[in-house]
Ligand binder design. Structure first.
Ligand SMILES: NC(=O)C1=CN([C@@H]2O[C@H](COP(=O)(O)OP(=O)(O)OC[C@H]3O[C@@H](n4cnc5c(N)ncnc54)[C@H](O)[C@@H]3O)[C@@H](O)[C@H]2O)C=CC1
Ligand SMILES: O=C(O)[C@@H]1CCC=N1
Length: 264
């Protein structure tokens, strides 16, 4: 397949590197510095117009607020293309209306894509669904989900690595506060995370927690503080608020794309 990747950042460059052996790939970038880094990795970098007009499949991987520029400058080129968006929030309905693409899919990967361990939700339909699945299977696991679940998926699986990194940082600081040197504390926090993940493949979180918690011991002391401070509720709320933010992004962009944006 001829694949154009618009925006060679974290997501776009990882896709380009994973796909280039089996497909023809052109990647684009706004920044010259990023463009030369992409070239150094052996990728073919071109202009947006060149890449879009050449490709069968156009993967749009810029930040949502950068999308209006892409539309303004290229809206005449999308009508015979299969469009795949990795952008948070933007709905298929909005993408279909704004690009006029032949087939429109959404994909929501996560940062695991940089080590080919993404969890990618896919939504959309059409003759190219298998090709879209093949593209994202090259960078990890794929799940076709109802588009109505995309905001929740974006919050949990998409933002998840950032949220878990924040938790690991807090664990590390807790170790330091209790007297561990910072580097040892960070190593312990990461290892604990890894071990726990392995254990959770075979048992439910509450079963694991109950096994660790000796009556009157240290673990229940820690857990009682988390309960008192509402940490579980705060994390649930954080995911929920992220999903609400995902819904807002599309509404904001629909408003910001002015009436005079050229359409095909
Ligand atoms: N970073 C993450 O963990 C995830 C990001 N996403 C979504 O994927 C999209 C990309 O995210 P990242 O790769 O992290 O962003 P990024 O900022 O690393 O990459 C965006 C790239 O687009 C380029 N760009 C901006 N305007 C352009 C234009 N007019 N023409 C050509 N290139 C242009 C920038 O130079 C940059 O290299 C976002 O919409 C985000 O919502 C989805 C899942 C996870
Ligand atoms: O923070 C964001 O908006 C994007 C979507 C999921 C991960 N990063």
């Amino acid at each position: 397949m001829k694949i154009a990747i618009i925006g060679g950042g974290n997501i776009g460059s990882s896709l380009a590197l994973a796909l280039r052996d089996k497909h023809e790939v052109k990647v684009t970038s706004k920044s010259e510095k990023t463009a030369s880094l992409l070239r150094e990795k052996g990728l073919t970098v071109s202009s947006n117009r060149n890449a879009i007009s050449w490709a069968e499949v156009v993967i749009i991987s810029v930040k949502p607020f950068q999308f209006p520029d892409i539309l303004r400058e290229n809206s005449d080129l999308f009508n015979d293309k299969v469009i795949v968006s990795t952008m948070a929030g933007l709905t298929r309905k909005f993408l279909m209306k704004s690009t006029g693409g032949k087939e429109v899919f959404r994909a929501m990967p996560n940062l695991g894509i940089t080590i080919r361990r993404s969890l990618t939700a896919l939504a959309g339909c059409g003759g190219h669904a298998k090709s879209v699945e093949e593209i994202f299977s090259a960078v990890g696991k794929t799940f076709w989900i109802d588009e109505r679940s995309f905001d929740a998926w974006t919050a949990l699986a998409g933002s998840g690595p950032g949220i878990v990194a924040e938790l690991v940082d807090s664990l590390m600081l807790g170790g330091v506060k209790s007297g561990l040197p910072a580097s040892l504390s960070l190593t312990a926090a990461i290892e604990v995370m890894e071990t726990t993940v392995e254990l959770l493949k075979n048992e439910k979180p509450h079963t694991l927690r109950d096994k660790v918690s000796t009556p009157g011991g240290t673990t229940i002391q820690a857990i009682s503080v988390l309960e008192e401070r509402g940490v579980g509720g705060a994390i649930m709320r954080a995911i929920y608020e992220a999903s609400i933010r995902s819904k807002e992004i599309s509404r904001e962009l629909e408003c910001s794309i002015s009436e005079d944006t050229p359409r095909k």
